[in-house]
Every structure is written in C-alpha cells, then in structure tokens.
Design a protein. Structure first.
Length: 94
C-alpha cells in the first residue's frame, strides 16, 4: 500500500485505531520519546480533524484477552475483537 492510499483511508475514516507495540514504548529513551512526541502530535491532528482515535497498547491487548476470556471456546477475527474493545472503550469514556 502506498502512503497516498493510506492518507486517503485516514482522510475518509471516522474512527482510527492506533496500535502501539511494546517495542515502541520500551528501549532507547530518546527514540521512545521522539516516537511518543510524534504520535501525540499525529493524534492531536486527528482530533482537530474530528476523528475518533482509539489508542491500543500491548497492555490493552492483554486486557482485551481477559475481557474476551468470557467467550472461551469461540473464535473471533481481529476486526471483531477490535470493534468489541472499541465499544467497551466508549462505554468507559462517557
């Protein structure tokens, strides 16, 4: 996928989920800080553009697995899990 295609998807999206892996928030402090400052700026721009932004970290993934354990024995695709977690997030944020 070209960056221009990605920009088009973002421009047309109402909700954007940003997944930050544990490797991005650990390790070299300067690299981590540079990444986080850049991420915050990007998220701020998305808010200014009236986008709903959901930030997911590795810790959130673990929590999501805990929530989804209520459904043991069932299988879900990633999209279903993300949508479920987004709904939980909206419940807690209001």
């Amino acid at each position: 996928m070209k960056r221009s295609d990605l920009n088009s998807y973002i421009r047309n999206a109402k909700r954007i989920v940003v997944k930050v892996g544990s490797a991005r928030v650990s390790g070299d402090e300067k690299l981590m800080n540079d990444f986080l400052f850049s991420l915050v700026g990007d998220i701020r721009q998305l808010f200014d553009d009236k986008k709903e932004v959901i930030l997911v970290s590795s810790g959130a993934v673990a929590q999501g697995k805990k929530i989804m354990s209520d459904y043991s024995g069932k299988t879900f695709d990633k999209k279903t899990i993300i949508e479920s977690l987004a709904e939980k997030f909206k419940e807690y944020s209001h």
